[in-house]
Design a protein around this ligand. Structure first.
Ligand code: BGC
Length: 733
C-alpha cells in the first residue's frame, strides 16, 4: 500500500514538474512571439540554402533555418550573426540530408531494410546523429518512408522498400536513433515525403500518383503514423500531386489527417521549392497564390521557394491568411529550437567537431550493417571460399570508393572508404582487372583481359552494379538490366571455367536473371557504405554468414513493375500453370494462351520474392501452432514454430510471420507481413520461435471507412520468405 502511494505521489510530482517545464518554454515562446514583427515571424518560416545574401538576410531576421552548410567555422559565423546581430537573437536551425550516415556512411536505406534488424538501424541513426550534431547539424531530412513498389523509381534506394510493416518498423527505429534522449547529440528527424511520392506513375520521378484514400490508409500512411507516434519532430510534404492535389497544398492531408486525426504537433516543411512547383503543377497561378495554398494547407516552413518571405505579409494584409495562423507556425518552429536546446547552446565546439567522426565503434556498426544488409541470392556451394589462394577481382565496382557509398552520401569521403579490392587483398593473392571502366562503359577491351586473367586464378569475384548516380532523386530508369558491358564481363569470366561469384552493388533491385545463370553465387550488397569492402570480404571468406532478406520483390523484367508481394488477387488468379510465349508447344495461330493473370513473356512470379535470402546453412520450419483456433478483438495471437538450423554454420535466420484475411468487406492482400525476428542459431540447433500478434494489428480501412478488424477466417504462417510456408487457420469471432 505504502509503495503504491509513493509511486502515485512520484507520478503526480513528475507530471507537475513536466507541466512546469513545459509552461516555462511556452512562456518564453509567448514572450518572443509578442515581440516579433510580422516580418520577423515570416523570417522564421523561411529556410534557405546558402547564397551571398544569406548573412544579410539572417541579420534582418529573415531566415529561420538553413540547409546544406556543414563547415563548422562557417556555421558558427552565420549563427553568431543570428544570435548576436539579429534584433531578437533567435538561433538558426541547421539542416542537412543525413540519410544513411554523416561521415561514416552506412548502407543505403534499402540495404538497411534488408537487415530486418531495427536495433542495428537505430544504432546507425544514433551514430549519424552524433557525427552530424558535432558539426552543428540539428535537423536531418530522414527517414524517407515512401513505399516503393517500382524499382524504376530511383528513390527506391532511399527507403525501406515495398512493405508497410517493415517500413513502419525501420522508420520508427531511425526516428528513435536520430532524436536519442534529447541531449546535444539529438537531431530532429523529418519523416518524408508525405505522401505517396513512391507511387509515381511509371516509376518516373516527381510523377503523378493516383492513390485512393483506402490505399493511403492501408499502405502509405502506416509508416508516417508510426513516425508520428514515435515522436518525430518534423515532417516534409512530397512533390507529387495525388488525385490532382499537390501534397504541399493538400489541406485534408496536413490538417485533417496529420494534425487532427493523428495529433501531430511538430513542424511541417515543404520539400525543396514544392510550394513554388504548385505553379508548374497548374494548381496555383503564381507564387503568391501557391504560398497562400501551402499556408492554408498547414505548412509551417518554406524550403527554397522564397514564397513565404515574399508574400505572407501581403496575404495577411489582404486578410487571406490570419496572423494567428502565422503565430501557430512560428510557435512550432520556436518550440523545436527550444527542444533542441539551441537557445542555450547555439554554437559548435570547432576544436572538437572532428573528434566524433569515424570513431572505431561507428566504423564497426557500419561494417555490421553492411554484413547484415547483403543478400545471398544464389550459391552452389562455392561460398564461403575454401581452398582459394589466388582470386581474380574484377568489375567496375570492385574499387570505386565513391560509388560504393551510394546516393545522398554528400559528406562521406572516399579517403575513408574501404573498397572490396582493398579488403580482399588482405585475404587472398589478388589479381585485379577492372573489366570495364565504370558501370555504363560499353567497351569490351578490358573484358578480354579479365577473361584471360581468370585462367590464372582459383576463382573470380565480379563486382558489378550501378554507380551512385544511377539511383536516388531524379534518377529513374526504364531498363533495369546491368548497364554497359557488365553482363558480358560476367559471361566472359564464366567462360574461363573458374568458379565465379558476382557481387552486385546497386541502389535498386536490378533485373539480374541472365547474370545469375552465368555465376556460381551471387551476393546483393546494395550500396554498402564506408565499410562495405570489409563486410563483403568477411562474407566471401565465411568470417560472416549472410542473413539479409529482400526488402523488395526482385523482378525478372522491368516490364513487371509495379510488383509487390502483398497484392490483391484478381478474379483470375494464376494457379502456377503459365504457358509462356517461348513454350515450343505453342502453335502459330493458337488464339488463347491461358486466361489467368500473368505476363506471356515473363510469367507470373518474380525473380525473387520479398523476404528472400539464402545463408551458408539451411533452415527448416516445422510444427506451427497457435494457442487458439478463434480469437476476439482485444486478444493476442500466440504463434509458435520450431526452427532448425540443418546445416553446418552458426547463422541468423529472419523468421517472418504472414497473415491472410480470407474475405473482407473490401478485397484483402494475399499475404501481409505482421512480424519478424532475427533468430541466432547454432549449427544443428532447433529452437522454438514465438510471436505474439495482437488481433488489433489485423485492422484495416474497411468498406465503412473506418479502421476495424473484421470477423471471419484467416490464415497465418511463419517462413523464411514471403513465398514459402504452410498456413494454419484461425478465425476472429
Ligand atoms: C528532396 C528531399 C530533400 C531536399 C533537401 C529535395 O530535392 O526531395 O528529399 O530532403 O531536397 O535537400
Amino acid at each position: 500500500m505504502k509503495k503504491t502511494i509513493y509511486f502515485l505521489a512520484a507520478a503526480v510530482l513528475a507530471l507537475l514538474s513536466g507541466c512546469a517545464a513545459k509552461d516555462d518554454t511556452e512562456k518564453k515562446i509567448d514572450s518572443l512571439v509578442s515581440k516579433m514583427t510580422l516580418h520577423e515571424k515570416v523570417g522564421q518560416m523561411n529556410q534557405l540554402s546558402g547564397g551571398e545574401w544569406l548573412a544579410e538576410a539572417v541579420e534582418k531576421g529573415e531566415v529561420g533555418s538553413i540547409l546544406n552548410c556543414t563547415d563548422p567555422a562557417e556555421l558558427n559565423r552565420i549563427q553568431r550573426i543570428a544570435v548576436e546581430k539579429s534584433r531578437l537573437g533567435i538561433p538558426l536551425l541547421i539542416a542537412r540530408d543525413v540519410i544513411h550516415g554523416f561521415k561514416t556512411i552506412f548502407p543505403i536505406p534499402l540495404g538497411l531494410a534488408a537487415t530486418f534488424d531495427p536495433e542495428l538501424v537505430e544504432k546507425g541513426a544514433r551514430i549519424s546523429a552524433i557525427e552530424a550534431s558535432a558539426s552543428g547539424i540539428r535537423w536531418t531530412f530522414s527517414p524517407m518512408l515512401d513505399i516503393a513498389r517500382d524499382p524504376r523509381w530511383g528513390r527506391i534506394a532511399e527507403g525501406s522498400g515495398e512493405d508497410p510493416f517493415l517500413d513502419a518498423i525501420m522508420g520508427a527505429a531511425m526516428v528513435r536513433g536520430y532524436q536519442g534522449d534529447g541531449d546535444s547529440t539529438s537531431i530532429a528527424a523529418c519523416i518524408k515525403h508525405f505522401v505517396g511520392y513512391g507511387a509515381a506513375e511509371g516509376g518516373r520521378d516527381y510523377n503523378t500518383t493516383e492513390i485512393t484514400e483506402r490505399s493511403l490508409r492501408n499502405v502509405y500512411f502506416p509508416a508516417f503514423k508510426a513516425g508520428v507516434d514515435e515522436g518525430a519532430m518534423t515532417l516534409m510534404t512530397s512533390f507529387n500531386a495525388n488525385d490532382g492535389i499537390p501534397s504541399t497544398g493538400n489541406k485534408w492531408l496536413i490538417k485533417d489527417i496529420l494534425r487532427d486525426e493523428w495529433g501531430f504537433d511538430g513542424l511541417v516543411v515543404t520539400d525543396w521549392n514544392s510550394a513554388g512547383e504548385m505553379i508548374a503543377h497548374g494548381f496555383a497561378k503564381d507564387l503568391k497564390e501557391a504560398t497562400g495554398k501551402a499556408l492554408d494547407a498547414g505548412v509551417d516552413m518554406d524550403m527554397m521557394s522564397y514564397g513565404y518571405i515574399s508574400f505572407i505579409e501581403e496575404l495577411v494584409k489582404e486578410k487571406k491568411i490570419s496572423e494567428k495562423q502565422i503565430d501557430d507556425a512560428v510557435r512550432r518552429i520556436l518550440r523545436l529550437k527550444f527542444k533542441l536546446g539551441l537557445f542555450d547552446n547555439p554554437y559548435i565546439d570547432e576544436q572538437r567537431a572532428g573528434e566524433k567522426l569515424y570513431a572505431p565503434e561507428h566504423l564497426e556498426a557500419a561494417k555490421q550493417s553492411a554484413v547484415e544488409s547483403a543478400i545471398l541470392l544464389k550459391n552452389d556451394g562455392v561460398l564461403p571460399f575454401k581452398g582459394v589462394n589466388t582470386l581474380l577481382v574484377t568489375g567496375p565496382l570492385a574499387d570505386a570508393p565513391y560509388e560504393q557509398l551510394g546516393t545522398w552520401a554528400f559528406d562521406g569521403e572516399e579517403s575513408h572508404t574501404v573498397t572490396p579490392l582493398e579488403a580482399l587483398k588482405k585475404e587472398f593473392n589478388v589479381i585485379y582487372e577492372p573489366g570495364t571502366e565504370y558501370s555504363r562503359d560499353k567497351g569490351t577491351a578490358l573484358v578480354a583481359r579479365a577473361r584471360s586473367a581468370a585462367a590464372r586464378a582459383d576463382a573470380a569475384v565480379v563486382f558489378v552494379g550501378e554507380e551512385a548516380i544511377l539511383s536516388g532523386e531524379a534518377h529513374s530508369l526504364s531498363d533495369l538490366n546491368l548497364q554497359g558491358a557488365q553482363s558480358e564481363l560476367i559471361a566472359a569470366v564464366k567462360q574461363s571455367g573458374k568458379k565465379v561469384v558476382v557481387v552486385v552493388i546497386a541502389g535498386r533491385p536490378l533485373t539480374i536473371g541472365r547474370d545469375l545463370e552465368n555465376c556460381n553465387a551471387m551476393l546483393y550488397s546494395f550500396h554498402p557504405g564506408t565499410m562495405g569492402g570489409e563486410a563483403v570480404a568477411d562474407l566471401l571468406t565465411g568470417k560472416a554468414v549472410p542473413s539479409g532478406k529482400t526488402p523488395v520483390t526482385f523482378l525478372k523484367d522491368a516490364g513487371q513493375a509495379p510488383f509487390y508481394y502483398n497484392h490483391f488477387n484478381t478474379g483470375r488468379p494464376n494457379n502456377g500453370t503459365e504457358t509462356l510465349l517461348d513454350d515450343i508447344s505453342l502453335k502459330a495461330g493458337q488464339t488463347s494462351l491461358g486466361c489467368t493473370s500473368y505476363y506471356l513473356d515473363s510469367g507470373y512470379g518474380p525473380l525473387f520474392p520479398f523476404g528472400y535470402g539464402l545463408s551458408y546453412t539451411t533452415f527448416e520450419y516445422s510444427g506451427l501452432t497457435l494457442d487458439k483456433m478463434s480469437y476476439s478483438n482485444g486478444d493476442t495471437i500466440e504463434a509458435r514454430v520450431n526452427l532448425s538450423n540443418t546445416g553446418e554454420y552458426d547463422a541468423v535466420e529472419v523468421a517472418q510471420l504472414y497473415v491472410r484475411d480470407l474475405v473482407g468487406s473490401v478485397v484483402r492482400p494475399v499475404k501481409e507481413l505482421k512480424g519478424f525476428q532475427r533468430v541466432e542459431m547454432k549449427a544443428g540447433e532447433t529452437k522454438e520461435v514465438t510471436f505474439s500478434l495482437p488481433v488489433a494489428d489485423l485492422a484495416f480501412w474497411t468498406l465503412n471507412d473506418g479502421y476495424a478488424v473484421e470477423k471471419g477466417d484467416f490464415q497465418l504462417w511463419i517462413a523464411g520468405d514471403s513465398a514459402s510456408g504452410e498456413p494454419v487457420s484461425f478465425s476472429i469471432d
